[in-house]
Design a protein around this ligand. Structure first.
Ligand code: NAD
Ligand code: TYD
Length: 352
């Protein structure tokens, strides 16, 4: 792979992936990052990359549904691989605004697949980044494997499930060389503060209420974002074409336990505040409709075939993450635009 088209590279995982590719791997080709720059996309997530790699990093503000623009970029940069992150990614927004998810996650993936189909002979790989949420909810026991039937509950997970099906169909029908990864919940630097972990960190730092949905007993399997990036790169290099790989953290935690850990660490890292303990800020609010109870990944296929396991423990990863948010107040004030404030205000009204 010499010239990789990365979609959604200005978002949370995409920007971490591009940073990882340039700083931690022996990849010496070009990255062309296309991103529509929705509220979740922020070019500052890649600050310094263009300066450090002027001939190897390129950015183009484009919607992935714009096939003619994509075709031009594909030819200009002699693209031979696609790594597809671009998506609307927040379950709560998919409940209030499902249309955006159909557009970006389903039509967008379709459009990229058409590009791949038209250029099949020039393409080494189309890697599609997906989620464990396509499998629906687990009960108290068991794990999702690569053969678990799809059973999505939210417009977000349904749109990601559709995109996975399209990838598989183009691989089988047209021979597009594709791989899919389904990963559990990520956390780490550059995550937009609408998702559980960054929202709780920022609200704790700012002495704002910590809104826990329902009773806080829902379980997610947490993975540090750089471990996800390592897994994607391992699959892109050595994964078998046409295959799906589950990626997980082996780290199941209830939401309330996550919030308590964050409170304790913020108390420890910012000891001189007037309002410690931060646990006093925890507020139980109305539950999310269709809230999946539990996700947990069996990632033994990835471990056995590609020798991947998570390197970061939750304890080390969450402390690093909290320190990053404490040290990056400029980034935080910039992502918290008017749109963010409006969304948070609406969330508060809806959950009262
Ligand atoms: P994010 O919301 O932080 O970033 C998404 C990026 O895609 C943004 O930069 C946005 O501007 C861009 N984008 C959205 N629609 C676009 C369009 N139509 N055209 C071009 N660009 C567009 O999301 P993330 O958390 O970084 O997730 C990246 C991918 O990983 C998604 O496909 C998501 O489903 C998947 N995933 C996320 C997690 C997680 O915990 N965050 C876990 C598993 C899988
Ligand atoms: P989230 O970060 O939105 O990821 P996902 O829904 O994709 O798993 O939410 C993680 C869990 O945290 C989920 O069970 C919902 C819960 N949650 C809260 O309790 N409060 C919040 O403010 C948010 C954003 C999420």
């Amino acid at each position: 792979m010499k010239n990789i088209l990365v979609t959604g590279g200005c978002g949370f995982i995409g920007s971490n992936f591009i940073r990882y590719l340039f700083s931690e791997t022996d990849f010496n080709g070009r990255v062309v990052n296309i991103d529509k720059l929705t509220y979740a996309g922020n070019p500052e997530n890649l600050a310094g990359i263009k300066e450090a790699f002027p001939n190897r990093y390129f950015f183009n503000k484009t919607d992935i549904c714009n096939l003619s623009e994509l075709t031009g970029l594909f030819e200009t940069f002699e693209i031979d691989a696609i790594c597809h992150f671009a998506a609307e990614s927040h379950v709560d927004r998919s409940i209030t605004n499902p249309g955006d998810f159909i557009h970006s996650n389903i039509e967008g993936t379709f459009c990229l697949l058409e590009l791949a189909r038209q250029n099949k002979n020039k393409l080494e790989l189309f890697h599609h980044v997906s989620t464990d949420e396509v499998f629906g909810s687990l009960g108290k026991s068991g794990y999702f494997t690569e053969t678990t039937p799809y059973n999505p509950s939210s417009p977000y997970s349904a749109s990601k499930a559709s995109s996975d099906h399209l990838i598989r169909a183009y691989s089988v029908t047209y021979g597009v060389p594709a791989t899919i990864s389904n990963c559990s919940n990520n956390y780490g630097p550059y995550q937009f503060p609408e998702k559980l972990i960054p929202l709780m960190i920022l609200n704790a730092i700012e002495d704002k209420a910590l809104p826990v949905y329902g009773e806080g007993i829902n379980i997610r399997d947490w993975l540090y974002v750089e471990d996800h990036c390592k897994a994607i790169w391992a699959i892109m290099q050595h994964g078998r074409r046409g295959e799906t790989y589950n990626i997980g953290g082996g780290c199941e935690k209830r939401n309330i336990d996550i919030v308590n850990i964050i409170c304790e660490l913020v108390d420890k890292l910012i000891p001189d505040t007037n309002t410690a303990p931060k646990k006093n800020l925890i507020t139980f609010v109305k539950d999310r409709p269709g809230h999946d109870l539990r996700y947990a990944m069996d990632f033994s296929k990835l471990k056995n075939e590609l020798n991947w396991t998570p390197a970061e423990t939750f304890e080390s990863g969450i402390e690093k993450t909290i320190k990053w948010y404490i040290e990056n107040t400029n980034w935080i004030s910039r992502v918290k635009s008017g749109e963010y404030k409006q969304w948070m205000k609406q969330q508060y009204e809806d959950r009262k």
